[in-house]
Design a protein around this ligand. Structure first.
Ligand code: GAL
Length: 423
């Protein structure tokens, strides 16, 4: 039994700690960050909460500016209107080439002091650091590396259908047929433009290979965009509709993932934020659910790096913003956030022992494809081309996918126009 003395000591200590904490909170109450993001699904919200808690533990306030909508299109629209009214948040989830677009508008604040103190130059791979800088100065901080070309599956559904995890597109169509015959939806999908584009780029990677992906969706080469390989990619992509259900229109991606979790559907083609949903449901990778590179894309890795860009702010808000930037690259955040989010850490020096088999495969494949030339930026997730080009490509992909009579040749022609019109 604790003596009076020890329990008194404990109480006094607890009180002292809470007084210090509330004093710190009181003095820092004004120092708050407002952070815009679209992490609103179960797994995503758990991940975002890690950052909120770390900021609050240091005595800073967190104003959550969450705008629902997978892929972030709505969030970006809301961000533009806030920025235009001269009142941007302290930080926002902005990625890839879009960071440069915001930098060119002169709206971003630099983080060089934090970057120098924390040694970001040594910590981050050169290609990642490059994306985070505008005009040579750090204006954003990377939170993770997502892989987009993944296939997720429910092993019980596969077993009931008597099929294995497909490794080629032919196997995917054959497995899908068997899954349907066994009474399940083969491929869970949500009919939204960004989800259509997510599936499309994985199919294009499988049918055309990495070099073609690079020419078409990164370099926007008109010959690649309008040529035979594009027609083949589009035709195969459209065939996937056979494996989807009639109610997919407008469905959110995490609802599609939950269909795989519950076992009404067998598989889903989606980036590894889907793993955040499996994790949030308490499931174990390799046992309760399976992951594999999207069929036919074993030698490629479409990367999607989430990052928080910092707007130009003053005084205490700037101090809080710098604390946020520092915390994001610290091991505590990188580990806890990415375990919940389904991604891998943005810094390559961390111990991965807590991560599951899918995350470890992601890291291995990231390093292997970086060496062998299969590492490519995701077009569907804003890593490859500017937002206006991406939007124009989304329109073609989704209109073609949903059209009853548009030929693949016509869609390929529109692809060329989309890239040109937006240049
Ligand atoms: C991606 C984003 C991920 C995830 C996904 C679904 O664009 O990078 O973090 O949130 O959208 O919303």
């Amino acid at each position: 039994m604790p003596t009076f003395k020890t329990s008194f000591k404990k109480t006094a200590l607890a009180l002292a700690t809470s007084v210090t904490a509330s004093l710190a909170f009181a003095s820092a109450q004004a120092a708050e960050v407002e952070v815009l993001h679209w992490w609103t699904s179960g797994g995503e919200a758990r991940a975002a909460n890690v950052l909120k808690e770390l900021m609050e533990a240091e005595g800073y306030g967190w104003e959550d500016f969450a705008v629902a909508g997978g892929g972030g299109e709505t969030a970006m629209t809301v961000l533009k209107s806030r920025a235009m009214s001269g009142n941007p948040p302290s930080a926002a989830q902005i990625k890839g080439p879009e960071i440069q677009e915001w930098g060119e508008l002169g709206l971003l604040g630099e983080l060089d002091e934090v970057a120098a103190a924390e040694g970001w130059d040594e910590l981050l791979p050169g290609t990642v650091a490059e994306v985070m800088r505008h005009d040579g100065q750090y204006v954003a901080v990377p939170v993770n590396v997502h892989r987009v070309n993944w296939l997720w599956a429910n092993p019980e559904v596969l077993e009931a259908a008597g099929v294995e995890m497909p490794t080629t597109l032919d196997e995917l169509f054959a497995a899908g047929e068997a899954i349907r015959e066994a009474g399940f939806i083969p491929l869970a999908h949500g009919g939204q433009a960004w989800q259509d584009a997510t599936v499309f780029e994985s199919v294009l990677l499988a049918t055309g290979g990495t070099a073609f992906y690079q020419q078409a969706l990164v370099d926007l080469d008109p010959e690649a965009l309008g040529g035979e390989q594009m027609v083949e990619a589009l035709t195969t992509f459209k065939r996937l509709r056979e494996l989807m259900d009639d109610d997919m229109s407008g469905r959110d991606w995490n609802i599609a993932t939950s269909m795989v979790i519950e076992g009404s559907a067998g598989m889903q083609l989606m980036g590894d934020w889907a793993k955040g949903e499996f994790t949030a449901a308490g499931l174990t990778a390799g046992e309760d659910y399976l992951c594999a590179a999207a069929p036919g894309t074993q030698d490629a890795f479409t990367f999607n790096i989430d990052s928080l860009a910092m707007f130009r702010v003053e005084g205490e808000e700037r101090e809080a913003q710098h604390a946020l930037a520092r915390l994001v690259l610290e091991p505590t955040f990188q580990e806890a956030f990415n375990l919940a989010k389904g991604s891998i850490p943005a810094r390559p020096d961390l111990d991965m022992s807590e991560f599951d088999s899918c995350a470890r495969q992601s890291l291995d494949d990231f390093q292997r494809t970086a060496e062998e030339g299969g590492l490519v930026p995701s077009m569907a997730h804003g890593m490859a081309v500017r937002a206006d080009v991406q939007g124009a490509i989304f329109d073609v992909v989704t209109n073609y996918f949903n059209s009853r009579d548009m030929a693949a040749e016509e869609a390929a022609r529109r692809m060329v126009n989309a890239a040109q019109a937006a240049l």
